[in-house]
Each structure stands twice: as structure tokens, then as C-alpha cells.
Design a protein around this ligand. Structure first.
Ligand SMILES: Nc1ncnc2c1ncn2[C@@H]1O[C@H](COP(=O)(O)OP(=O)(O)OP(=O)(O)O)[C@@H](O)[C@H]1O
Ligand SMILES: Cc1ncc(CO)c(N)n1
Length: 267
């Protein structure tokens, strides 16, 4: 059984963060583990509070996993301060997992901040050289590249700018734009457009977390980058299509849409 580790924040409402990551790891046939960087009191409508875990405790959680378990792939989510980014990067340089997917979480779907300002420079110095894939959404790609992104041409240009900063592979996610749901994957082999019809649903809480974790699982299974991202794109599209209402705001996706209950009935 392949094993994936999420290093991210906790979303008590279950739709994003390590909760989404663990569900996506399982739904994509890997064993999920988690290191919690922050305890976020949030739901489908807003973020009430953010409590960041002391860096020593974050590093001890990482030690606890790596000293005992072989980690096939790591997914990085909410790393809310420069100090936490540096502490996690130091541990990744110590343990050297072969696959690291980084979702540079800065704001929640509700628009509430999840990261202190000024983390981009630390992320660029400490994480960009070691990650396998970076998966920014539109606002995150704008903050990292310094480019305003209003259309697909801007998305592709931002992906190339970020690649030139030393990131091996970049996926700029287009959920925040309008029209078809288009993402741009920039790899050393070239640029790939991944598109699907936008699902007419408000249930998009945690789509980015879920997508990056599904990509992580696919890479752990040995897929090449384009195949891993394409499969994960198909997964997230159907997870949105088959989502159900959980709260009063942006409900989460359905991570297990093709799973069955013990009687063989589709959940
Ligand atoms: N309504 C939609 N229909 C189909 N695909 C969508 C829709 N909204 C987002 N997506 C897709 O979901 C994936 C995640 O992109 P998105 O821009 O939502 O990430 P995000 O903002 O980081 O998500 P979150 O912050 O909620 O975790 C991308 O592949 C995007 O194209
Ligand atoms: C804990 C956490 N991580 C990431 C996101 C991004 O949606 C969120 N809302 N909450």
C-alpha cells in the first residue's frame, strides 16, 4: 500500500485541509497520514479563527511519521508563516521524500486569509527548489508571479514565470475565473491545457486541496506528471458534480463518489 503524507492545516468542517487530503488519498488508493500545521475554526461560509501549531510540534509530527513509516509522497497545504515554511523545508531536506506536491494555500474559499503576508519570499527560497509540483490558484499565482491574471494567456504566462523561479512543474488552477474550468500545467517538456465544462455548483470548498492530494496519490502510483494531473482533474470534476449540501455556504466536493456501502449500494 502506497503511503502519502499531508502537511497542512485542519479544517474542522471537513471539506478542505488535511481532512480533504486524507479523503482524497484514500479515494485514490493510497494510505493517508497527516501532520497538522494549524487548527482552523472554519466552515462552509467563513473562517472564525486560526491557531498555528508551534514549529517544534510540527517538526516532531514529521519525525514521528518518517522514523517509522516509508513515505512515498508528501503534499504540502497550509503553511501559514515564514517560520513554519522554514521548519517544514528543513525536515523535507533531512528526510528527502521523492515526491513533494505543494499547494501554496493563502486564502480560504470564503476569501478569509489563511496565511500571514510575506510568505512568498520564504516559499520561493526554501520550497520552490525542492518541490515536484506547485499548484497555485489564480490569486496565489498572481501573488507569486506578480502578474495580474484575467484570462488563459495570463495563466500560461504566470505558469512560465513561476517555472523560471526554479519550480520543476507548475499547475495554475483556473477555478476562480469564469467560463470553462481550465488549468495550465507547465512542465520541462512543455505546457498543457486541461479543460472541462464548469460544473454549475456552489460546492467548491476544498477543490484545490482535493485536486493536489489526488495528484500526489497518482504520482505515488508512478504516473508521469501529465497523466497524474489529467486523472486528478477528471476526479475533481466528478467530485464536484456528485457533491451534496453540507453547510449554508460553499459545501465540499464528494471525495468518495464511486465508493459503495457494505451492501454494494453506491454511496
Ligand atoms: N465549478 C467548477 N467546475 C469544474 N471544475 C472546477 C470548478 N471550480 C473549480 N474547478 C476545478 O477544481 C480545481 C481546483 O481549482 P480552484 O481554483 O478551485 O482551486 P482552489 O481555489 O485552490 O480551491 P480551494 O481553495 O477551494 O481548495 C481545478 O482543476 C479547477 O479547474
Ligand atoms: C485548513 C485549510 N486549508 C486549506 C484551505 C483552502 O481551501 C482551507 N479552507 N482550510
Amino acid at each position: 500500500m502506497l503511503k502519502c503524507l499531508s502537511v497542512a492545516g485542519s479544517d474542522c468542517s471537513g471539506g478542505a485541509g488535511i481532512q480533504a487530503d486524507l479523503k482524497a488519498f484514500s479515494a485514490n488508493e493510497t494510505f493517508g497520514m497527516s501532520v497538522i500545521t494549524s487548527v482552523v475554526a472554519e466552515n462552509t461560509t467563513r473562517v472564525l479563527s486560526v491557531f498555528n501549531v508551534p514549529v517544534e510540534e510540527i517538526q516532531k509530527q514529521i519525525d514521528a511519521v518518517f522514523e517509522d513509516i516509508h513515505v512515498d509522497a508528501v503534499k504540502l497545504g497550509m503553511l501559514p508563516t515564514a517560520e513554519i515554511i522554514s521548519a517544514v523545508a528543513d525536515k523535507l531536506n533531512e528526510y528527502k521524500p521523492s515526491i513533494i506536491v505543494c499547494d501554496p494555500v493563502m486564502v480560504a474559499t470564503s476569501g478569509d486569509a489563511l496565511s500571514e503576508g510575506g510568505t512568498v519570499s520564504t516559499m520561493r527560497e526554501k520550497l520552490f527548489p525542492i518541490v515536484t509540483l506547485l499548484t497555485p490558484n489564480i490569486p496565489e499565482a498572481e501573488a507569486i508571479s506578480g502578474l495580474e491574471i484575467k484570462n488563459e494567456n495570463h495563466m500560461e504566462k504566470a505558469a512560465r514565470i513561476i517555472m523560471d523561479m526554479g519550480v520543476k512543474n507548475v499547475l495554475v488552477k483556473g477555478g476562480h475565473l469564469t467560463g470553462d474550468a481550465v488549468d495550465y500545467l507547465c512542465t520541462p517538456e512543455g505546457v498543457h491545457k486541461l479543460a472541462c465544462k464548469r460544473v454549475d455548483s456552489p460546492n467548491t470548498h476544498g477543490t484545490g486541496c482535493t485536486l493536489s492530494s489526488a495528484i500526489t496519490a497518482n504520482l505515488a502510483h508512478g504516473m508521469d506528471m501529465l497523466s497524474a494531473v489529467t486523472k486528478a482533474k477528471n476526479y475533481i470534476t466528478e467530485a464536484i458534480e456528485k457533491s451534496f449540501t453540507v453547510g449554508k455556504g460553499h459545501s465540499p466536493v464528494n471525495h468518495f463518489y464511486d465508493y459503495y456501502d457494505l451492501k454494494g449500494t453506491v454511496l
